[in-house]
Design a protein around this ligand. Structure first.
Ligand SMILES: Cc1cc2nc3c(=O)[nH]c(=O)nc-3n(C[C@H](O)[C@H](O)[C@H](O)COP(=O)(O)O)c2cc1C
Length: 367
């Protein structure tokens, strides 16, 4: 459908924007409002086309196998991310298409072939988001437990992926987690030495893994000052590994003509109509098994978890949202993956009203 082009993640905009978690029920929210996202395929496709035509840089799915219960069975419904990206590659022309893969659940040889397939279908727009996972209930469905040192396994996994694309001949691999005989995978990805990669993590082992093996860390932050320190820490880990690493984050958006409308809707969907059963379960399991947030976040920001999985709020007028993104960029973030209560309904307003202001503010260059 499209001529070969370079991956939009290499584009010139100072602050890149993506859409996160549109493949899953609820997006990233825990709410019972009737307009909530149910991730029906036709709606997902519409949202991706709006983002593609409207100037977004990337489309990034969440990797989920099991939901969090509650009144809405939040996140139980989610589309698998390789096949998802392949389908979107056929209906979009310029946006980068990420796949999110659980290292312990997907063999690197399978991932290399699937990722290369999407890279060819999309003419070089594929991206890989590497996650180690955190939900023991999800792993139990595979008959597995969470690993002791997941990022050690992820390092071997990543090394194998790169070698599969770049070794001229079949090779043997003898690691702690993988033993391969005469491994080969063709075609190689179009992007060299591999498609763009990010690692979604928060804690020190994840930061180090990203610094050594990925182009970007995808992470959370609670306030701009701790966010700035987080970025500086990750960049220092990159420098120690002799690499440059970009840091992306995640934010939930409620953008309206007036601040009052935005704040009222934020309260409506994420406080008055929170899906508290699913939210309680999610927050307690995340606190026990994941380090993907500051400890304080669980105590202080329940509404942020209901609104967007504990991500940063961008709530207000287009001008206020751009001013906040200017501060995020000044804190060192290279971009953000955004979530909405209803992506297909809300993305057009964002593209029309926010993106032009981002250009005026110097965050973006025209597509
Ligand atoms: C921004 C962000 C996005 C994440 N996305 C996913 C995901 O799609 N699926 C998943 O199972 N875990 C996801 N995680 C959790 C990570 O897989 C990781 O296991 C968790 O953050 C554990 O702590 P660590 O970050 O210190 O490794 C995400 C984490 C962050 C920070």
């Amino acid at each position: 459908m499209s001529a070969p082009l370079s991956n939009p993640m290499h584009g010139p905009s100072a602050f890149k924007i993506g859409v996160f978690s549109a493949n899953a029920d609820g997006g990233l929210s825990f709410t019972t409002v009737p307009e909530r996202w149910t991730a029906q395929w036709d709606d997902v496709e519409r949202a991706a086309i709006i983002a593609d035509r409207g100037g977004f840089d990337f489309f990034l799915p969440i990797a989920r196998w099991k939901g969090f219960g509650g009144a809405m069975k939040v996140r139980e419904w989610s589309f698998e991310t390789f096949t998802f990206a392949a389908a979107l590659a056929a209906v979009t022309t310029r946006i980068a298409l990420f796949m999110t893969v659980h290292v312990p659940l997907v063999h690197p040889l399978y991932a290399a072939k699937a990722l290369a397939t999407v890279d060819h279908i999309s003419h070089g727009r594929a991206g890989l988001n590497i996650v180690c996972g955190w939900n023991p209930d999800e792993f139990a469905m595979f008959g597995m437990r969470l690993g002791e040192a997941p990022y050690e396994q992820a390092a071997e996994w990543s090394e194998i992926l790169v070698r599969l694309y770049n070794e001229p001949a079949p090779f043997d691999y003898d690691g702690r987690y993988y033993q391969l005989r005469q491994a080969v995978s063709r075609p190689a990805a179009l992007q060299s030495p591999r498609p763009v990669t990010m690692n979604a993590a928060f804690g020190p082992p994840g930061r180090d893994f990203a610094a050594r093996h990925c182009d970007y860390l995808f992470t959370t932050f609670t306030d701009l000052e701790t966010g700035r320190q987080h970025v500086a820490d990750v960049q220092a880990r990159g420098s120690a590994a002799g690499r440059e690493i970009g840091v992306y984050t995640v934010a939930h958006v409620v953008c309206r003509e007036t601040e009052r409308e935005a704040r009222e809707y934020y309260d409506h969907y994420a406080r008055l109509h929170a899906d508290n059963g699913a939210l309680d379960y999610h927050m307690s399991r995340k606190q026990d098994f994941s380090r993907s947030h500051d400890d304080a976040a669980y105590r202080l920001h329940r509404q942020r978890f209901a609104a967007g999985g504990g991500s940063y709020p961008l709530v207000g007028t287009p001008e206020q949202i751009v001013a906040e993104m200017v501060r995020m960029e000044a804190s060192g973030f290279r971009g953000a993956a955004l979530t909405f209560v209803n992506y297909a309904d809300e993305l057009p307003f964002f593209c029309e009203r926010v993106i032009p202001l981002m250009r005026e503010a110097g965050l973006r260059v025209p597509a």
